[in-house]
Design a protein around this ligand. Structure first.
Ligand code: GLA
Length: 681
């Protein structure tokens, strides 16, 4: 794919701007420009959900308001990220062409309303989108303010209409060629589910088929492919008119635990965008976890989205205060906005963009945080916080385009997560695959070691250590890749609930796959699932750690035993092992341990390597140091994620970019305080 970069030397600061909601308020529109300058904001995303303002009736296009705003932002020295409006369609379209609306999984046709409820197959919807996208590209393709295209908004969900069913069948035909192959992959004879005609295939439904795991997995893959296909149609006129302008679409996370968005496989989607961007809404100051623990999760997900393309990404949306859709919408405490903004940059973002510039006056987002509140005042705390971030972004702009370098990778696989969540067995509430990865990541985050969070399709050879816990679904291809990695000198960690099914969710017949047996020098026999109150014990190098939820029962076939189970009928059996395989080592963690074990276990591994990360700054727990680097410099982001002042020790001399001074020795960090330190390489 051609590399398209942002034609902008500044870190982006600004966000979603909806002048289309304010066309009857000329004074407000005028004031926006004054306030944008005051807030040190320069980049605005225009046109998301603006279809009814752009085409109020069919074929009647109204671009004058957008012309005026694009020109005004340009004159102010700003840039525009221009959105295609397909995330929500005007009422006239749903009324005239009901096929554009989605059908739910229970086969109920949806009414017009909300947003994101269009059918990705509908030829009419695709045609209407193509028309308006072409007009936008023709009209604004050479506008000097145009920085990037923002396609639709937060693609997600699925449609189960007849058109989508037909496309699904076509997709399956091209994947399996014959019904015999499909029936084998889906284990058809089970409950008499053998398919004898392609027309019998229906997408999964709560009122129909929802027990055929191969079908569910293929449906999710199809939905990803279908969404990407829709996106690719959207961008045709944009690529034609503006071949050098980068294109993105905003990704999401599932917010409670900030785990990767579940419905689309972003590792596939990322191949089709020039720059990954995403919308990050952590519930800061919540009542169920400490700030530092949430900060770790924010680190994990940002490292995943950065690693999708292994290049800087963009925070397309975050809130300067609270949102309107968490269970409790708490506002950010003083200092948190700066801290969380710096954390985005520290993990590789080249932007801090907000949803939204100005709070809307009506409807569901009228109380969502925004830079400008209903009182239109620049004196507000939130406005001042945003301005302060703008000032800092100007001072640290040299970090733009710098990257992170990691020698540790954690594998996250969307497909494996889908399959595991569908699996009946284990325990409903405790599978928690992405949350488990966060715990492994945490051992490195606490020690300021840079980590890439990658998908199985990534190149692994450049990493000294690869963690692949709970990789439930492993195709032969993935197993062979892991085998080569260890054979060539890599260090691999696997765990309970790994390598149990293949790519169509069929169990392996050899027991644990033979190649895995060889790599790890063990043979997995059973997985014992514990009740929530059950506990076992890991006896490891004279220490004891708690185990809960899962214990793998396995035999060694050449591996050395590092730890054993302390209780139950498998007391004394191996629980943690290491195996020399080729030039590398393969570790197996049989039980789900408490965090203290992971921290100690990884500490011992870390000591064998020279991982990129912070070695020059010592600090207490809760302070995080993240590194970005250019060819000539290291940039250390020092961030206090605690509700106390903290002291850090700079063992070398640094230049601090925000206060513009040389510093070393002991430095006090205020509550939520940050430093951005530069050091020549
Ligand atoms: C999403 C959407 C925005 C807005 C915000 C509110 O990220 O993309 O349009 O609704 O949520 O937090």
């Amino acid at each position: 794919m051609t590399k398209r970069r942002l034609a902008e030397s500044r870190l982006l600061h600004g966000g979603d701007y909806n002048p289309d909601q304010w066309l009857q308020y000329p004074d407000i529109l005028k004031d926006d420009l004054r306030l944008m300058k005051l807030a040190k904001t320069t980049t605005f995303t225009l046109g998301v959900f603006a279809w009814s303002a752009l085409e109020p009736t069919e074929g009647n296009f109204q671009f004058e308001w957008l012309d005026e705003r694009m020109d005004a932002i340009h004159q102010m020295g700003g840039k525009v990220i221009l959105a295609t409006p397909s995330g929500a369609r005007p009422a006239w379209m749903s009324e005239k062409y009901p096929e554009v609306l989605r059908t739910a999984e229970n086969r109920q046709k949806l009414l017009h309303g909300g947003r994101h409820n269009h059918c990705f197959s509908s030829p009419i919807y695709r045609e209407k989108v193509a028309i308006i996208n072409r007009k936008l590209a023709e009209r604004y393709g050479s506008h000097p303010a145009l920085l990037m295209w923002h396609i639709s908004n937060e693609y997600g969900g699925d449609c189960h209409c007849d058109l989508c069913q037909e496309n699904f069948r076509t997709w399956l035909k091209s994947k399996y060629s014959t019904l015999d192959q499909l029936n084998h992959a889906w284990w058809g004879p089970f409950w008499s589910h053998t398919i004898t005609n392609w027309s019998q295939i229906e997408s999964p439904s709560s009122i129909g088929e929802n027990m055929v795991h191969g079908l569910t997995l293929d449906w999710k893959r199809f939905v990803t492919d279908q969404t990407i296909d829709f996106y690719q149609q959207e961008i045709i006129p944009l690529r034609e008119q503006t071949p050098n302008i980068p294109i993105t679409t905003n990704f999401m996370a599932d917010t409670h635990d900030l785990i990767p968005f579940q419905s689309l496989n972003y590792s596939e989607f990322a191949k089709h965008v020039d720059i990954v961007s995403w919308d990050c809404y952590p519930a800061w100051h919540n009542d169920w976890e400490e700030t530092k623990d949430l900060a770790m999760k924010v680190g994990f997900i940002n490292d995943l989205y950065r690693s999708l393309k292994q290049q800087p990404f963009l925070i397309m949306e975050c809130t300067p205060s609270g949102v309107n859709w968490h269970d409790v919408n708490k506002t950010k405490r003083p200092g948190m906005h700066m801290l969380s903004s710096m954390q985005f940059i520290a993990h590789g973002s080249d932007s801090v963009l907000y949803f939204q510039w100005r709070k809307s006056r009506g409807s569901s987002e009228k109380f969502h945080g925004a830079v400008v509140d209903h009182d239109n005042s620049e004196q507000n705390r939130v406005f001042q916080d945003v301005k302060a971030v703008g000032e800092v972004l100007e001072k640290i702009k040299e970090v733009k385009d710098t990257n992170k370098h990691a020698k540790v990778a954690i594998i996250y696989d969307w497909e494996s997560n889908w399959a595991l969540n569908d699996a009946q067995g284990f325990a409903k509430a405790t599978k928690q695959y992405p949350q488990t990865l966060q715990k492994h990541y945490s051992s490195f985050w606490k020690r300021d070691i840079s980590v890439d969070v990658v998908t199985p399709s990534h190149e692994l050879d450049k990493y000294d250590l690869v963690l692949a816990p709970m990789l439930y679904l492993m195709s032969e291809e993935i197993i062979t890749k892991l085998e080569k990695y260890v054979q060539n000198g890599g260090n691999l960690v696997s765990s309970y609930i790994s390598g149990l099914v293949n790519e169509t969710d069929l169990a392996y017949l050899s027991g644990w796959p033979t190649k895995l047996q060889n790599i790890f020098g063990i043979d997995v026999k059973e997985t014992d699932t514990l009740y929530p109150k059950d506990r076992n014990v890991l006896q490891y190098k004279g220490r004891h750690y708690e185990i809960k939820d899962y214990c793998t029962l396995f035999e060694t076939k050449g591996a050395s035993v590092l730890g054993t189970y302390g209780e139950d009928f498998y007391q004394g059996n191996p629980a943690v092992t290491v195996n020399d395989f080729g030039k590398g080592k393969a570790y197996f963690l049989g039980g789900r341990t408490e965090q203290a074990f992971l921290d100690d276990f990884y500490q011992e591994l870390i000591e064998n390597f020279n991982f990129p990360g912070n070695k020059a700054i010592s600090h207490p727990l809760g302070v995080s140091v993240q590194l970005r680097e250019s060819e000539t410099h290291h940039y250390y982001f020092v961030m206090n994620f605690t509700e106390k002042k903290q002291h850090v020790e700079l063992k070398e001399s640094f230049y601090e970019l925000v206060s513009e001074r040389d510093i070393n020795g002991e430095v006090e960090l205020p509550i939520y305080g940050t430093l951005v330190l530069r050091k020549e390489k």
